[in-house]
Design a protein around this ligand. Structure first.
Ligand code: G3H
Ligand code: 13P
Ligand code: ZN
Length: 332
């Protein structure tokens, strides 16, 4: 049993209070390996941004829980060595059971998401409340994110073909019954690199897909019902077209890719949205650079010469997001 304070981590409580009142969002970047976590920390230290390091259950299976925990501990020291101590949260992304959340809390996570969004409402409430009771009763308060409304696409092991927007009429009841610290909502974002079907989009003069706007009307209604309450947006990758083109130029195939435009995320970050989840953009950046190097330098076989430049690109991407999209730069 390890408490997150022993690892030098923090929960989301104060970070979200500051983010909501300051009109910016904390980046929640997923990681599965060393190069990703190094890039996240380098970017967040350089831009002086707080950060949420997210681990999905898939990441946990891929990397091993003991290794992940010690990576998080390691990057607290790494940030210090880089010259600036930023607040770092270790968060379970899309926890799907009480047992998984409990396990993570006991291994040193400072925050967990319990995703009961696919369950009938009352079951979502009951499961979320069970996790909250456990998390809040720890010696060091662990924060909990719940979800209402279903995102289209794949949510870890759970897939859903259609999204169901969050119903503003449910949010007060859900938050007061569950006592969650933050609420993930569905207003049109979705996971992965193809967030909308081409028939839902228009095209610009170059044939690039232009997605429909997020449902800011629903976000506004939710904010009115829960003034100042921390809201979370999943599925918030922008799917930069430059990476898609680079991947396709070097042999990949990513037909009909489309993400959430940065201006819309900037607008959301200025509201009560105080945590923005980004995973796919990091995957695209890494894959683009790896493909390029493998094609342009066929003699290269040192993984450091392939993954090192991919890490540099990731760092550039995360710095850009902190500075120009989320507004979290300078807030640590
Ligand atoms: O929400 C999903 C995240 O992008 C994690 O994806 O389950 O493939 O690790 P993953
Ligand atoms: P993207 O697939 O848009 O990066 O979303 C990631 C996410 O929501 C992780 O929980
Ligand atoms: Zn998600």
């Amino acid at each position: 049993m390890t408490s997150y304070t022993e690892l030098g981590l923090v929960n989301t409580k104060k970070l979200f209070e500051k983010a909501v009142s300051g009109g910016y969002a904390i980046p929640a970047y997923n990681f599965n390996n060393m190069e990703q976590i190094q890039a996240i920390i380098q970017a967040c230290v350089e831009t002086k941004s707080p950060v949420i390091l997210q681990v999905s259950s898939g990441a946990r299976k891929y990397a091993n829980q003991h290794i992940l925990k010690n990576m998080a501990k390691g990057v607290v020291e790494y940030a210090h060595e880089l010259g600036y101590d930023i607040p770092i949260v270790l968060h379970l992304d899309h926890g799907d059971s009480f047992e998984l959340c409990k396990d993570c809390i006991e291994t040193g996570f400072s925050s967990v998401m319990i995703d009961g969004s696919h369950l009938p409402y009352d079951e979502n409430v009951a499961l979320t409340r069970k996790v909250v009771d456990f998390a809040h009763s720890q010696k060091d308060y662990v924060t909990v994110e719940g979800e209402l409304g279903v995102l289209a696409g794949v949510e870890d092991d759970v897939s859903s073909e259609h999204s169901h927007y969050t119903q503003p009429s449910e949010v007060i009841d859900f938050v007061s019954k569950t006592k969650v610290d933050s609420l993930a909502i569905s207003i049109g974002t979705s996971h992965g690199r193809a967030k909308f079907k081409p028939e839902q989009c228009t095209r610009d003069a170059n044939g690039i897909l232009i997605p429909p706007e997020l449902r800011f009307d629903i976000l506004k209604e939710i904010e009115e019902k829960l003034p100042g309450f921390p809201i979370v947006l999943h599925g918030s990758s922008s799917v930069p077209i430059e990476y898609v083109h680079m991947i396709e130029k070097f042999g990949g195939k990513l037909t009909d890719s489309v993400g959430i435009p940065e201006e819309q995320l900037r607008k959301a970050a200025k509201s009560a949205v105080c945590k923005i989840n980004i995973d796919s953009d990091g995957r695209l950046a890494m894959t683009a650079i790896i493909r390029k190097i493998l094609v342009e330098k066929p003699e290269e076989f040192d993984p450091r010469k392939i993954l090192g430049p991919a890490r540099d690109e990731l760092k550039k991407l995360y710095s850009h997001k902190n500075q120009n999209v989320l507004g979290s730069a300078g807030k640590a």
